[in-house]
Design a protein around this ligand. Structure first.
Ligand code: NAD
Length: 485
């Protein structure tokens, strides 16, 4: 085992949980055992909530301009340890080193945004009547929880950590049991940056701990990022306990390629979108709708896909089960009459025979009823459907129950606007394969890709992590008596 057994992090210390149930943490890169992760119990969660509650009064009363000083230092530490954090991320998740570097750079950008929060939460004051002032303030909620998935071991935790904590909350994070190592390192850096003990805590575990988070009376709000199946469960359970909840789910993102699209640029973007992070991104292109005559572009997409080599510029998928599931989707599509133009099944990497790799896969002549057209595959696979018109393409995009992202490739601005207006997704790209909004814009999908109000990052997250206090004050004795006295 490369690393010591993982522990929870409570009140600024790594602690052994009460339960002795553990799972193995296996590197998808080569199948090696990295560590073990504890499956904590409700008792362990309780200890973390107590620590967070104890830290809350002092932290929430610290002025925000002082709170963000921690995140200026944290940003510097992320920069200083970028290489080491990226290596750890690749090791536990399987993505390429370059992708992990980009992930840590995104953590830096997210932290940079948090340092700008004092400029954004100044509140409002107005003299609403002679001598009478109304004022609004963003007040932290208390103890909040963040439940995160496997596909971005550092970035998704940093979607929530800097903003929620800079806004004055104390946090408990539940990392994915598949990639639990990065969060521990983030805890050490937060401590080094001067975050007081108890403000940030980690409780490792699985279903049991997620249920305990939803039920715990000391937790005010729960953010969740993961599959739609679990997002639905968490949203329902947390809100039934009268908690605020924002639960981001899975995706099936459509790229619409029009005949006037620039062939080289489109092919490069489509191939990069479907294969980046081995297709394990909620923003990955998973379905492509080829509108009209675009065979010349499809042929270039295949050329680009063939340049993507597992173990070189393509990382591993998370587990043996994922590899089997993804390859099963490809085989089922083939059996149902789709044409496999580039086949990533059975990929092997020399010297990493126990790694879990799937090569880039392009499937053509997919019909909308096939499972590769409808379901989230979460692998480096693109399913191409063909339509004669843009409206038929939009009908396919609109019919899918998810709504994270959609993109169009065209040189026609009017047509792009037509699609922006009609696609049923929260994040739309024009000639962009992965239309992730950069800070300060917020990240969040629609439909079954997100349950709850608002978005998880950027300006929109301020509403989620705070509540508004409205005060009405009258200090001027001459203000007299009126209807609001
Ligand atoms: P997952 O839903 O299996 O797990 C997410 C979290 O929920 C983990 O911490 C896990 O321990 C916990 N969990 C798993 N099963 C549970 C259950 N039955 N009850 C309670 N908790 C449970 O997701 P994953 O496989 O880790 O991540 C991949 C999924 O996340 C994909 O569907 C992807 O699209 C989605 N995702 C979405 C976004 C977004 O912004 N919408 C971002 C990243 C990932």
């Amino acid at each position: 085992m490369k690393y010591a057994a993982i522990q929870n992090y409570v009140n600024g210390q790594f602690v052994t949980p009460s339960s002795n149930r553990t799972l193995e943490v296996i590197s998808p890169v080569d199948g090696k055992l990295l560590s073990t992760v504890p499956m904590s119990s409700a008792k362990d969660l309780d200890a973390a909530v107590k620590a967070a509650k104890a830290a809350f009064p002092a932290w929430s009363r610290t002025p925000i301009k002082e709170r963000v000083q921690v995140f200026f230092r944290y940003k510097t530490l992320l920069e200083k340890h970028l290489k080491e954090l990226a290596e750890l991320c690749s090791e536990e998740n399987g993505k390429t080193y370059g992708e992990s570097v980009a992930e840590i750079e995104k953590c830096i950008e997210l932290t940079e945004f948090a340092t700008s929060l004092p400029q954004l939460v100044t509140g409002e004051v107005l003299e609403v009547s002679k001598g009478v002032e109304c004022r609004t303030e963003h007040v932290p909620l208390g103890v909040v929880a963040s439940i995160v998935p496997f596909n971005f071991p550092a970035m998704v935790p940093n979607w929530t950590i800097p903003n929620a904590i800079a806004l004055g909350n104390c946090m408990i994070i539940k990392p994915s049991e598949k990639v639990p190592l990065s969060c521990g390192r983030l805890a050490e850096l937060l401590k080094e940056a001067g975050l007081p003990d108890g403000v940030f805590n980690i409780v490792h575990g699985d279903v049991e701990i997620v249920e305990a988070i939803c039920d715990h009376p000391g937790i005010e709000a729960v953010s969740f990022v993961g599959s739609t199946k679990v997002a639905r469960i968490v949203y329902q359970r947390a809100t039934s306990q009268f908690k605020r909840c924002l639960a981001l789910g899975g995706a099936k993102n459509h790229l619409m390629v029009l005949p006037d699209a620039k062939p080289d640029m489109t092919a490069q973007n489509v191939a990069a979108s479907m294969s980046g992070c081995a297709g394990q991104r909620c923003m990955a292109a998973s379905a492509m709708v080829a509108v009209g005559e675009v065979d010349h572009i499809i042929s270039k997409i295949c050329d680009e896909a063939r340049k993507i080599v597992p173990g070189e510029n393509l990382g591993a998928v998370i587990s043996k089960e994922s590899k089997a599931r993804i390859e099963g989707y490809i085989s089922e599509a083939e059996k149902n009459g789709a044409k496999i133009l580039v086949d990533g099944r059975g990929a092997k990497v020399n010297g990493k025979e126990n790694g879990t790799y799937v090569g880039p896969t392009v499937i053509d002549y997919v019909t909308p009823d096939m499972s590769v057209a409808k379901e989230e595959i979460f692998g480096p696979v693109i399913s191409i459907m063909r339509t004669k018109t843009v409206d038929e393409a939009l009908a396919i995009e609109n019919a899918n129950p998810y709504g994270n992202a959609a993109s169009v490739f065209t040189q026609n601005g009017g047509m792009a606007r037509y699609i922006i207006d009609r696609a049923s997704a929260g994040m739309i790209g024009v000639n962009v394969g992965v239309p992730v909004p950069r800070e300060p814009f917020s990240f969040g999908g629609w439909n079954e890709s997100k349950f709850g109000v608002g978005d998880i990052t950027g300006k929109s997250s301020i509403e989620f992590w705070t509540k508004l206090k409205k005060s009405t004050t009258k200090w001027n004795p001459e203000a007299g008596v009126n209807w609001m006295s």
